[in-house]
Design a protein around this ligand. Structure first.
Ligand SMILES: *[C@@H]1O[C@H](CO)[C@@H](O)[C@H](O)[C@H]1NC(C)=O
Ligand SMILES: *[C@@H]1O[C@H](CO)[C@@H](O)[C@H](O)[C@H]1NC(C)=O
Ligand SMILES: *[C@@H]1O[C@H](CO)[C@@H](O)[C@H](O)[C@H]1NC(C)=O
Ligand SMILES: *[C@@H]1O[C@H](CO)[C@@H](O)[C@H](O)[C@H]1NC(C)=O
Length: 718
């Protein structure tokens, strides 16, 4: 299959409907549809991120009437940037798209460059909103209908990066777009693929600014455009941390990435006021509060961490992070805060002269999280993203199955709104977990129903007996002695009952049936360690049981191959108790044990599932590290989780997902689902998600340098 999407332009009138003017895409498929398969996975929380970018004037008191939604309510829109109204990039975009812009008479009221996740993958768009005054947007005047002109600056799968990738933190300098992309493999396990690139908007010439082998986050271009500052692990690399990343700040020439120098030890999210002044955030080593600091670079002489003066700007007593500055503005900065008295993340201004805060968003939407502020170059406007107010406008559809473009021909990739999905043998139905409870739906998202009320995970269908699903029920994240047992449920019975296949409750979990439906492999803590056992599929351990693996470590998350020849599983046997998991395979008769991913690297590789032809496996892994500063997103337990596939011998590892969410619990089915979203109307309140749990209201000391939580049963997504 070969997608070649050409320039994708569309114009949106009003806020509710869009008219696609040009959508030129050619689609060729040279693959037999019968050989096509589908992979399903879950992203924790993602179904609730209805983000749009909003703006308020920064110089007058905030009010609901003044808040303007800039983006169009489609997909997830975040991490905006206001282009300088005089920038050459802006006039360049105007020239390129005369046909669109000539439809309007006045200058745009607001222009924005931002990240958007259309088609399930991220790209960078430019949008201009036209209306005589911003206030008229909210007044819904019949005369002044605001007009939106939208231009896709960086197609997610375009010629710039042939491979699917995450895009982040765009900004414009001259006629170049500066941004983060994950399209190049770092080449090393557990090393982030996030790097800063510069793309000329006209020629599409793209230059990598981050040296090969390093990862950079959160780029910020200085007012002159000459310098770019980033947060980076440098040569040190990622240590597995998922709270404060403890990055350092580096500066390099925006033109070609040269003259790279570390300017601040320990800091992230840099932003410039002038070419010598950078604000950034860090969690204070003294008092544990996240705070904004200022770094002043020397005007003469060598720039180094020794010659740069660092001063704390915001006081302890509240968390202050993700600062934003504007050119030459020495009066105030914009920040996100978590105050001890509030459970919500809000945008505030911090007055640099009086050393006091001015709240911006709390009076408008007190119980909504607001993320990653940014200021216009003339300081008059502040932007941020938050969940769109679904009660106020057309309800968004809820994506039950969200299609994602992916780099492997013949595979249809979907994000399911539920964890531990699995296909019925014919592929017509999908089981999934939504705690607490096990659910089943038809492949088109219809007929959703709960089939088990209690806590249950994961799901696996009997390959022979129709309607029979195996799962385990009991507490999760539990110790070896927790009461968890394997059950089978016949969901086609009129009154659903379940059969208990294990009795002792010794943390018996992760059942996977053999292809003939006679046996079930699972993990159990009955010996005091979690190892693999096989039981009779109908009579359970009372019928027959034998132990497949044995040792003082954890073997778990097993999956039986379609040929019956192999069982693949995750194990920490290389370093028991460390939290490091790798994949192994073994014959059901206990012979042939070997490691699957030879260079697993001591990270977290979990939840393997065989391809329908048994030659490959899909799994979740921290192989590509983290892709963004974790504090800039809603809570993710395991933000490094991405979906990969590899051959059964561990060769040809391919990355399927690119984002800053926790992707996990994949499954692989022999049916091909047409690559289109399956949506249902939202039931109940949308947009409910947690802010970073560890960003507590108390000083936050975290686990300094502790790489991995030493919990051996920690699974993705629950
Ligand atoms: C843009 O250019 C105009 C005229 O050249 C100037 O008056 C204005 O200050 C500039 N604005 C910015 C934000 O640089
Ligand atoms: C299911 O339960 C209902 C209500 O208890 C009962 O009337 C019905 O006979 C049951 N059906 C079967 C097949 O057992
Ligand atoms: C174990 O099973 C594998 C594959 O199913 C088979 O090739 C092998 O001969 C068996 N070994 C023994 C000792 O039975
Ligand atoms: C692991 O990776 C390194 C470099 O990436 C390579 O030299 C080595 O051969 C690999 N080892 C295995 C067992 O694949």
């Amino acid at each position: 299959m070969n997608f070649k999407t050409l320039l994708f332009l569309f114009i949106v009138y009003s806020f509710n409907f869009s008219l696609i003017l040009t959508l030129a895409s050619s689609f060729t498929s040279g693959v037999d549809p019968n050989s096509h398969t589908s992979i399903l996975f879950n992203s924790v929380g993602r179904a609730n991120y209805g983000f749009d970018i909003y703006t308020l004037p920064s110089l007058s008191p905030p009010s609901n009437a003044k808040e303007l939604k800039i983006t169009d309510g489609v997909s997830v829109n975040f991490n905006g940037y206001f282009p300088n109204q005089n920038s050459s990039a802006r006039s360049f975009i105007s020239q390129q798209h005369q046909n669109l812009l000539s439809k309007t008479t006045s200058a745009p009221s607001v222009e924005l460059v931002y990240v958007t996740e259309r088609n399930g993958i991220s790209g960078v768009n430019y949008v201009a909103v036209y209306c005589d005054s911003v206030s008229q947007v909210r007044s819904r005047s019949a005369v002044e209908i605001p007009t939106r002109v939208e231009v896709q600056l960086l197609p997610a799968n375009g010629e710039i990066s042939d491979r699917i990738s995450m895009k982040d933190r765009p900004s414009l300098v001259g006629e170049n777009l500066i941004y983060v992309s994950t399209h190049e493999d770092s080449g090393a396990p557990r090393a982030s693929w996030a790097a800063v690139y510069s793309t000329h908007l006209g020629t599409r010439l793209t230059r990598r600014l981050t040296p090969k082998g390093l990862a950079d986050f959160s780029p910020s271009v200085s007012p002159s455009g000459v310098w770019t500052a980033v947060a980076s692990f440098g040569e040190r690399g990622w240590d597995g941390e998922v709270e404060e990343l403890r990055t350092d700040i580096y500066v390099f020439l925006t033109g070609d990435g040269s003259r790279r120098v570390k300017v601040v030890e320990h800091g992230g999210w840099p932003c410039w006021v002038d070419d010598y002044t950078i604000y950034f955030h860090r969690r204070s080593d003294e008092d544990g509060w996240w705070s904004v600091y200022r770094a002043t670079l020397p005007r003469v002489g060598r720039v180094s961490t020794e010659s740069v003066a660092v001063k704390r700007v915001t006081p302890p007593g509240l968390h202050v992070f993700t600062p934003a500055t504007s050119s030459g503005n020495k009066e105030f900065i914009a920040v996100a805060t978590r105050r001890p008295e509030s459970d919500y993340r809000h945008i505030e201004l911090f007055d640099l002269v009086r050393n006091e805060f001015r709240e911006v968003t709390r009076s408008i939407s007190p119980q909504t999280h607001h993320f990653n502020p940014f200021l216009s170059s003339d300081s008059t406007r502040i932007g941020y993203h938050k969940c769109r107010d679904a009660s106020n406008e057309k309800q968004d559809d809820h994506l039950v199955l969200q299609n994602l473009e992916n780099p492997i021909p013949g595979i249809s990739l979907f994000r399911v709104d539920g964890s531990f999905p699995s296909f019925s043998p014919t592929g017509s139905r999908i089981a999934y977990v939504k705690l607490p409870g096990l659910y089943v739906m038809d492949r088109d998202g219809s007929n959703q129903r709960q089939v088990f009320k209690g806590l249950a995970f994961p799901s696996a269908w009997d390959p022979v007996r129709e309607g029979v699903i195996y799962t385990s029920t009991g507490p999760i994240f539990a110790t070896e002695s927790s009461k968890v047992d394997i059950i089978s449920i016949n969901i086609d019975e009129e009154n659903i009952t379940y059969t208990k296949l294990t009795e002792g409750g010794e943390n018996n979990a992760f059942p996977s049936p053999s292809p003939d439906g006679k046996w079930v492999v699972f993990r159990s803590g009955r010996s005091g360690h979690k190892n693999l056992y096989i039981i009779d599929a109908q009579d359970g351990e009372k019928g027959a049981i034998w132990r497949l693996t044995e040792g003082p470590w954890t073997d778990t998350m097993c999956n039986w191959s379609p040929s019956g020849e192999w069982i693949v599983f995750a194990s920490d046997r290389d370093s028991p108790g460390s939290g490091h998991f790798e994949l192994y395979r073994i014959h059901p008769n206990g012979t042939g044990l070997r490691k699957v991913i030879q260079n697993g690297s001591g990270g977290r590789v979990n939840h393997p599932w065989f391809s329908p032809d048994g030659r490959r496996i899909v799994f979740t892994s921290d192989h590509a590290g983290v892709s963004a500063e974790v504090i800039s997103t809603p809570h993710q337990f395991q933000p490094y989780g991405e979906i990969f596939v590899a051959n059964l011998d561990g060769s040809d590892i391919q990355r399927l997902t690119h984002n800053s969410y926790e992707d996990g619990t994949p499954t692989w089915g022999r049916v091909y689902i047409e690559p289109a979203d399956v949506a249902k109307p939202i039931e109940g309140p949308g947009c409910t998600f947690d802010d970073c749990h560890w960003l507590s209201t108390k000083p936050n000391h975290g686990l300094k340098g502790a790489p991995i939580v030493p919990t051996t049963t920690r699974v993705q997504c629950v």
